[in-house]
Every structure is written in structure tokens, then in C-alpha cells.
Design a protein around this ligand. Structure first.
Ligand SMILES: Nc1ncnc2c1ncn2[C@@H]1O[C@H](COP(=O)(O)OP(=O)(O)OP(=O)(O)O)[C@@H](O)[C@H]1O
Length: 318
């Protein structure tokens, strides 16, 4: 089995590149054969993965070095090909993938975890198949997500944070989380809620004054917020949270309770599970997939059951 690393040198302001240099030393010491690609710009990760998969019929192991945006690009390069097994060295700001898919959150431990599984079984049968979400924004972008897709307030915050010029500066001083919180508070006072029509497995539901609808394959979002505590990565269903009819101040409180999943008991926080979900809003509101902005319009989502293979201990999800 061939081993490829895809490194996003821009993740967490170059932190991922420093992590890569340490990884490289370790794998050269172990005399492991590998190839490495450095992404050159947004979208390049998917393109490089497609190139790798087009040029081989063998199974390959692709290890992402970066944050959730990097793993998002890799998954989009892999799906629907069945020849790739994915793994992850967390080296970005959020790293919700590691939390949700129960792989180590510390980069050094993640590398050791990968090396242990590689040494144990050279042909790699030690992988686990998990679901991913497929989305189509009407007349526009389509793709997959591995963590979550959100419509509304969270997507508006993600868009402003990603476009923010001061974000790099804050990241440089290890204050990436602070800029997120500051923008979240600013957006909290600007954001206009809207009426949303949802179809979950064919059943129509209308929600008034909606702050956000998030569809999730795993519990975590936004860098450690346990937004859908009951989400299971391989149950063939996606978890949906709808937050509506809540005052601005209560939303702030809600974001604090999300840290431990305490928001489940708050009035105005609704949960559902489904395989096929359509979201239609009365206003144009932003959409994100795995924290990457995807546009504004109707969006339809469905689950691709056990479509992605992840390198992990087989007992991890039992
Ligand atoms: N060479 C590059 N230069 C600039 N951006 C890049 C490059 N390669 C990839 N990207 C983009 O970097 C973005 C952020 O990547 P990622 O999420 O992995 O890191 P991060 O530090 O967690 O970032 P963020 O905090 O913005 O989520 C992704 O949208 C990806 O498309």
C-alpha cells in the first residue's frame, strides 16, 4: 500500500509545516516509503488527491496534515473512490475531525497512532468505514462533508472569520479562538433570523425565527462545541439541530452550554435524525460545509453510508 501525506502549509499560520518537519524526520528514521504534497491554494487538496487516485488501482493511505478545512478537501478528492483510506495529523485551529472520529488530538500522538497501525498490518485491514454527507446547493456547488454542514448564524460567523484580515495576526499570537468569539458576539447583534422549511426524510417542518440549522455526522463543531451530542459516525443517519425562537442573550448562553452538551434541555433547541434533508429559507442565508463557505440558497443533503474508510483501531467505535 502506498502512503501519501497531503500537507496544508497555511493551516494555523504555518504551524502545520512545523509539525510536518517533525513527522518527516520520524518517518525517514523508520525507513518508511512515502510521497508528500503541499497544497498551494484553497481547493488544491482535492485536486491532488484526485490525481493520486487516477494514477493507481492499488489501495492508498492518505494522511492529511492540517485542520478541518484540509480534511474536508481530501474527503472531496476521495469520494466516491473506494481505493483510499484516510488518516489525519491534527495541525489546524479547529481539529473537530480528530474529536469526532476518535483519533488522537495531539499531532505527535496521532503520528505514533498511524505508525503503530501501519506496523501492525502492512496491507492495512485496520480501518473503519464511516458515513459522510453529500450536499447540493441549488444551481451551484456540490460536494461532501465529513463533520457538519450548517445554514444560518454559524455559517455567517464562519464566513466573516475566514474573510477577516486580522485573523492571521490573531493566529500568530495563538489567539485564533478569541477572534472567533469576537466575531461571534458582533454577528450575534447583527444577525437576522429567518423562516425555514425543512424536509427530513420526506416530512415537511416549518420553523420560525431560525438562528441556525446544522446537519452533523459527528458530535463536534466549531473547535470543540458538542453541538449534536448523539451523532454517530457510522449509523447511516445525519443528526440535525435547529435553533429557533431564542433571544440574542439566550443564544450567547446557549453557546456556553454547548461546550458540554447542556443545550439539549434548552427550549428552542430541536433535534432530529434523517438520511435526506432539504433546507429552504425565506431569506438568502449563508451555508458552510466543514467550516468552508459554500454559498446562499436552497440546499439538499443526503447521507452516503459507510462511504469513507478511516485508519483507526477496529474497536474504536464499538
Ligand atoms: N497553500 C495554501 N495557502 C492558503 N490557503 C490554503 C493553502 N492550502 C490550503 N489552503 C486553505 O486553507 C484553509 C484552512 O485550512 P484548515 O482548515 O486545514 O486550517 P486551519 O488552521 O484550521 O484554518 P481555519 O482556522 O481557517 O479553519 C482551507 O480552506 C484550505 O483550502
Amino acid at each position: 500500500m502506498k502512503l501519501f501525506f497531503i500537507v496544508n502549509p497555511a493551516a494555523k499560520n504555518g504551524y502545520s509545516l512545523r509539525i510536518w518537519k517533525k513527522i518527516e524526520k520520524r518517518i525517514i528514521n523508520e525507513a518508511i516509503e512515502y510521497e508528500v504534497y503541499f497544497t498551494k491554494h484553497a481547493g488544491d487538496g482535492s485536486r491532488q488527491v484526485r490525481n493520486i487516485l487516477q494514477n493507481t488501482k492499488e489501495k492508498v493511505l492518505i494522511i492529511a496534515v492540517g485542520g478541518d478545512g484540509t480534511i474536508h478537501e481530501i474527503i472531496n478528492g476521495v469520494y466516491p473512490n473506494k481505493n483510499a483510506i484516510i488518516s489525519y495529523i491534527p495541525a489546524g485551529s479547529g481539529n473537530d475531525f480528530a474529536r469526532g472520529y476518535r483519533t488522537p488530538r495531539n499531532p505527535k500522538q496521532a503520528l505514533e497512532h498511524n505508525l503503530r497501525l501501519l506496523a501492525k498490518n502492512k496491507t492495512i485491514t485496520e480501518f473503519y468505514k464511516v458515513d459522510c454527507g453529500l450536499f447540493q446547493v441549488e444551481d451551484s456547488t456540490q460536494g461532501c462533508f465529513i463533520n457538519n454542514l450548517g445554514v444560518g448564524f454559524d455559517a455567517a460567523v464562519a464566513k466573516v472569520v475566514n474573510e477577516s484580515k486580522v485573523k492571521r495576526l490573531f493566529n500568530k499570537f495563538g489567539l485564533g479562538k478569541l477572534i472567533y468569539i469576537l466575531i461571534l458576539i458582533k454577528e450575534l447583534f447583527n444577525y437576522q433570523t429567518s423562516r425555514i422549511k425543512l424536509h427530513i426524510d420526506g416530512e415537511e417542518k416549518i420553523f420560525e425565527n431560525v438562528w441556525l440549522v446544522t446537519i452533523s455526522n459527528q458530535p463536534y463543531f466549531g473547535g470543540g462545541l458538542k453541538i449534536t451530542p448523539d451523532a454517530v459516525v457510522n449509523d447511516g443517519r445525519l443528526d440535525v439541530i435547529i435553533v429557533n425562537n431564542i433571544s440574542r442573550w439566550k443564544i450567547l448562553f446557549l453557546f456556553i452550554t454547548v461546550l458540554w452538551g447542556g443545550h439539549k434541555k434548552i427550549k428552542g433547541v430541536n433535534f432530529a435524525k434523517g438520511r435526506k434533508i432539504n433546507i429552504e429559507s425565506e431569506k438568502q442565508i449563508p451555508i458552510h460545509a466543514d467550516g468552508e463557505y459554500k454559498g446562499v440558497d436552497k440546499v439538499s443533503v443526503h447521507v452516503a453510508e459507510k462511504a469513507i474508510a478511516i485508519l483507526n483501531d477496529l474497536k474504536t467505535y464499538e
